[in-house]
Design a protein around this ligand. Structure first.
Ligand SMILES: N[C@@H](CCC(=O)N[C@@H](CS)C(=O)NCC(=O)O)C(=O)O
Length: 202
């Protein structure tokens, strides 16, 4: 299995999850501008979408989209810690979180990285994001992670979006549970290992 990633991007969630799942995999960085991969390929030749994450399975099939890739990785973990067994309500709860993080959090943050987004638009996005973070703060309650005591693929994904917060001027200090949650995720050996592998500060 091969994971193609952009350093520090959403694909870091797949990197963390593959480590958590104890999977053997190879990871290759994609160069942002040229779309050349670290194993010497043209990324768009096998993933015409041109964005990460892309997981190339052992039979050569290419799986893309965070929700699908992270759900797939969770299914590789026989202990079902990364998500309950597929088909159970618990599994769909994790998918519910993955979809929320994808469409309501990640895609609210993406425009903030673009130079074409105006300060006014960024302020509106930060306000929208604050309502999403407030929802997560309430939902966390006394739980260690989004769905309970297990770190799931949804936590890997939320952690990565929170790791961007300083770069896009998003302040979570008014959300104590979310702030503690972020630190809990950051301290996990899988997170440290994946960050180190991508050359990110620990
Ligand atoms: N719909 C995709 C979006 C993934 C996405 O936004 N990937 C970003 C990194 S976080 C990317 O590869 N951007 C580079 C580009 O679009 O060229 C998904 O949910 O997986």
């Amino acid at each position: 299995m091969k994971l193609y990633y952009l350093t520090g991007a959403c694909s870091l969630a797949s990197y963390i999850s593959l480590i958590e799942a104890g999977q053997k995999f190879e990871a290759y960085a994609v160069e942002r501008g040229t779309k050349k991969t670290a194993d010497g390929k043209d990324f768009t030749s096998f993933n015409p979408k041109g964005y990460v994450p892309a997981l190339v399975l052992d039979d050569g099939q290419v799986l893309t989209e965070n929700v699908a890739v992270l759900s797939y990785i969770s299914s590789l973990d026989a202990s079902h810690r990364l998500a309950p067994a597929a088909g159970t309500l618990g599994f769909f709860r994790v998918v519910e979180w993955l979809s929320f993080i994808n469409s309501e959090v990640h895609k609210c943050m993406s425009p903030m990285f673009r130079p074409t987004t105006t300060d006014e638009q960024k302020a509106a996005l930060r306000e929208q994001l604050a309502t999403r973070h407030a929802f997560i703060e309430d939902a966390l309650g006394d739980k260690a992670y989004l769905t309970g005591e297990n770190f799931t693929v949804a936590d890997a994904y939320l952690y990565v979006t929170l790791s961007w917060r300083e770069r896009v001027g998003v302040d979570i200090s008014r959300f104590p549970k979310l702030s503690a949650y972020f630190e809990r995720c950051r301290a996990r050996p899988s997170v440290q290992q994946a960050r180190k592998a991508e050359g990110l500060p620990l």
